[in-house]
Design a protein around this ligand. Structure first.
Ligand SMILES: C[S@@+](CC[C@H](N)C(=O)[O-])C[C@H]1O[C@@H](n2cnc3c(N)ncnc32)[C@H](O)[C@@H]1O
Length: 386
């Protein structure tokens, strides 16, 4: 595909997203109907679509509209691309730009458009992050780093870097966590690499790894909101942990047994009604459902679909999860709270609310992770009974 044809494909996909289709679904539908597209084409089209979704508001400003064509024009104009070269009507490229489209609009004048956030989230970012609000909002407009977790139960960092580089995948160590590697080249080869097949590496954000690495003791551990099991797998490779995984929706854990087998670790799956029988645990990790605001680089649609009502509901779910998980702990155990949110209402405020409901508990540790080149935005806190 030519660069112009890739842009035209992205325009069609963005129009489908505009009609209500989820981004991943629209991309899959396009890929199924476009067998001629190679892996480089698919990656380039995907990048265009996600670049727009991350910067939808400023793209609409610079493209003077909300449809796929306007958004692509706006995004490409912002990035300084050769617009007439990409919209030349040749082959499968989109039609040439009209006079109106060639005419660039004035600069952005409001904060929400400059930060690419819905209006209502701007004050929340400011209250939550202070001076870090602007760099966080701007960082959320960039592509996320591709980060691997080296499975230290199977290999070590140096050997893993060497083996990956033999397969054409270059990496550098990530300062957030000793097990984390940032991929600097050959990312598309990872899923078919021997290192991946042999369970020596997993995809995992570095802040996510650092949250697990900060968990203090080893022993009987419950990942209470295990989902796909990213953190449960990391926990299982750490120290002498005996890890169990639970999720209110067990289907979310369906890939976990195969992933655990590949990683050569054991993880027991526990159903909700069996939790009490398996308690007490030394550690209960609550990686709670949240706005995902710290990871909106990877899932940008969440930024536009979140509402104040949904955010309020999430805080109620977060409180309920902590209250249900706390009684599962052994005396002296640690309740670990984590979110991939940058919003104080989901982070420090939930810890404060928990301590108000449970005056015999204290917070012994907490850390925020910024959205930057090293990793996603995360928050974690350790709670113990006095
Ligand atoms: C942020 S995700 C977990 C991600 C996972 N820990 C990982 O690292 O891959 C949150 C998970 O919490 C689960 N969840 C939602 N409400 C819950 C509840 N009341 N109790 C337990 N799990 C819940 C969701 O089904 C979802 O899988």
């Amino acid at each position: 595909m030519t660069p112009g044809a890739r842009v035209a494909a992205a325009i069609g996909i963005l129009d489908q997203i505009g009609e209500g289709l989820a981004g991943e679904q629209a991309l899959t539908r396009w890929a199924r109907g476009s067998r001629f597209a190679g892996s480089k084409d698919r990656a380039a089209v995907r990048d265009h679509v996600f670049d727009v979704l991350r910067c939808r508001r400023s793209a609409a400003h610079f493209g003077r509209g909300e449809d796929g064509r306007a958004l692509m024009i706006g995004m490409l104009r912002q990035s300084g691309a050769d617009l007439p070269g990409l919209f030349n009507g040749v082959g499968h490229s989109a039609d040439p730009l009209s006079e109106a489209e060639l005419n660039p609009p004035g600069p952005i004048e409001d904060l929400a458009t400059a930060w690419n956030l819905p209006d209502w989230l701007v004050p929340l970012f400011q209250q939550s992050l202070g001076e870090a609000a602007e760099p966080t909002a701007l960082a959320l407009q960039e592509r996320a780093p591709i980060t691997l977790r080296v499975n230290t139960a199977k290999t070590d960092i140096a050997s893993s870097m060497r083996r990956l580089s033999e397969e054409g995948i270059t990496t550098v160590e990530n300062p957030l966590c000793a097990s984390a590697l940032n991929v600097t080249g050959g990312a598309r080869k990872i899923r078919n690499s021997a290192s991946f097949r042999d369970g020596e590496i997993e995809f995992q954000d570095a802040a996510s790894q650092a949250v697990v690495a900060a968990i203090p003791t080893t022993g009987k551990v419950l990942d209470y909101c295990a989902g796909g099991g990213g953190k449960a797998l990391a926990l299982a490779t750490q120290g002498q942990n005996r890890v169990s995984a639970h999720d209110i929706d067990p289907r979310r854990m369906s890939d976990l047994p195969a992933r655990a087998e590949r990683a050569a670790v054991r993880i027991r799956l526990i159903a909700t009604d069996a939790l009490r029988a398996h308690a007490p645990f030394d550690i209960v990790l609550c990686d709670a459902p949240c706005s995902g605001s710290g990871a909106w680089r990877r899932s940008p649609e969440g930024k536009w679909s979140l509402t104040a009502t949904r955010l309020q509901q999430l805080t109620e779910i977060q409180d309920e999860i902590l209250d249900r998980a706390a009684p599962l702990l052994a005396r002296g155990g640690v309740l670990v709270y984590a979110t991939c949110s940058v919003l104080r209402i989901e982070n420090e405020d939930r810890v404060t609310a928990f301590l108000q409901r449970h005056p015999d508990w204290i917070c012994s540790y907490s850390r925020r992770f910024a959205v930057d080149n090293d990793g996603d935005g995360f928050f974690t806190a350790h709670l113990t009974r006095n």
